[in-house]
Design a protein around this ligand. Structure first.
Ligand code: UD1
Length: 351
């Protein structure tokens, strides 16, 4: 079997790490195409190196741009890549970024089978670019690899049950493996075990409106514990453009962290405040309380017992961000840590 994985943004590299590892030693050919959507060393190379992902076979170097320009440039470039050389049995696309949609569209128009990893997630918020990308990719793809039963039910509601397979969550594979490897590492300088929070902010809905971004940053800066803030390039750029300082009050800004350092920082923390999708779930799997700076989540399993609390109003953050540990949740809603092997077996069975 000949599979082409297309990735471009940081959360996709984490998922790719699990999949690339599962392909190792299978005898299948697995090629990696990087669109270049994320290009900073800390957003891309550090993840490939840190997670032991093989270097991309093709790097398109597309970079930033508006949604149309970025997605369109990827679409044109990917068509050339997919037409060159041996025809893939599968194009595998990941998550919900512009790289995901471009790759799915490019492959489907060439009649190359497309599998969507992390299919069926829905925020039901039609303003989010990620929601456009998810819905359109699911309807274009031939095989929908759903991480959870709830995701599969979302797909069934849209008439896509026949193309769906529940495989578990490949990010769980990586986070559980990394947790076991980093427990003994020292914390970031100046932080004490259990006495700080971690925060990340990068969604367009939180960063692009200056008043909203100022309210979010003010609320984080006013929290009663130090807040480690790994700064995403979008946050860095928007904060600078609007004159919003990130180094004040409780905030301890730092550059984007390598994956293992992120896991270590979460493990050592009292809790996490974020608008990231993937991080909400990682925090849940690492057993720390999460507060989500949005009105909805694509990972509703994390809400059980209050492990994750939705906090769309930054003025409410001070009341919920520091809270006691909830009761444990029974079972493993995100799979047993071997989802990537199930992905490979499912692709084999349906090739
Ligand atoms: C993208 C995804 C989002 C995902 C996120 C993870 C889309 C629509 N959004 O958002 O779903 O959660 O990645 O990080 O695909 N930039 C840099 N260096 C980089 C990358 C980006 O400086 O390596 C800056 C650029 O100024 C760019 C901005 O960040 O304009 C936004 O980047 P973009 O890739 O458009 O979206 P993200 O906000 O990263």
């Amino acid at each position: 079997m000949n599979v082409v994985s297309v990735v471009g943004a940081r959360p996709q590299f984490v998922k790719l790490a699990a999949v690339a590892d599962a392909f190792r030693g299978t005898g299948h050919e697995h090629r990696i195409v990087h669109t270049g959507q994320h290009y900073d060393g800390a957003m891309s190379d550090a993840l490939f190196d840190g997670l032991g992902i093989p270097a991309p076979d093709v790097h398109l170097g597309i970079g930033s741009g508006g949604h149309g320009a970025q997605t369109g440039a990827m679409l044109a470039a990917l068509e050339d890549v997919l037409l060159a050389g041996e025809r893939p049995d599968w194009v595998l696309v990941y998550g919900d970024t512009n790289s995901t949609l471009a790759a799915a569209l490019s492959a489907v128009k060439l009649h190359i089978p497309v599998a969507h990893l992390e299919a069926g997630l829905r925020s039901f918020n039609r303003v989010m670019p990620e929601e456009h990308n998810r819905v359109l990719t699911d309807h274009a793809a031939d095989l929908l690899l759903a991480p959870t039963e709830i995701a599969a039910a979302n797909l069934a509601n849209e008439g896509l049950a026949a193309r769906t397979a529940v495989v578990g969550d490949v990010m769980a594979d990586i986070v559980l493996r990394t947790r076991d490897a980093v427990a003994d590492r020292p914390l970031e300088a100046g932080l004490r075990e259990g006495e700080y929070l971690v925060a990340t902010v990068h969604r367009a809905e939180n960063t692009d409106d200056p008043a909203r971004l100022a309210a979010v940053v003010d609320a984080l800066a006013a929290l009663p514990l130090p807040v480690l803030l790994p700064v995403h390039p979008r946050l860095r750029d928007r904060a600078a453009a609007h004159g919003i300082a990130l180094d004040r009050g409780a905030l301890r800004p730092t550059g984007p962290l390598p994956y293992a350092a992120t896991v270590r920082a979460v493990l050592g923390s009292r809790g996490v405040v974020t608008d990231s999708g993937g991080l909400q779930k990682e925090v849940f799997l690492l057993g720390r309380p999460c507060t989500t700076l949005r009105g909805e989540t694509e990972w509703p399993e994390t809400l059980a017992h209050g492990w994750n609390v939705l906090c769309p109003d930054p003025a409410e953050l001070g009341k919920v961000a520091v809270r006691a540990l909830p009761a444990p949740v029974p079972g493993h809603p995100y799979g047993d840590g071997h989802a990537a092997n199930t992905v490979v077996r499912t692709l084999e069975a349906r090739a």
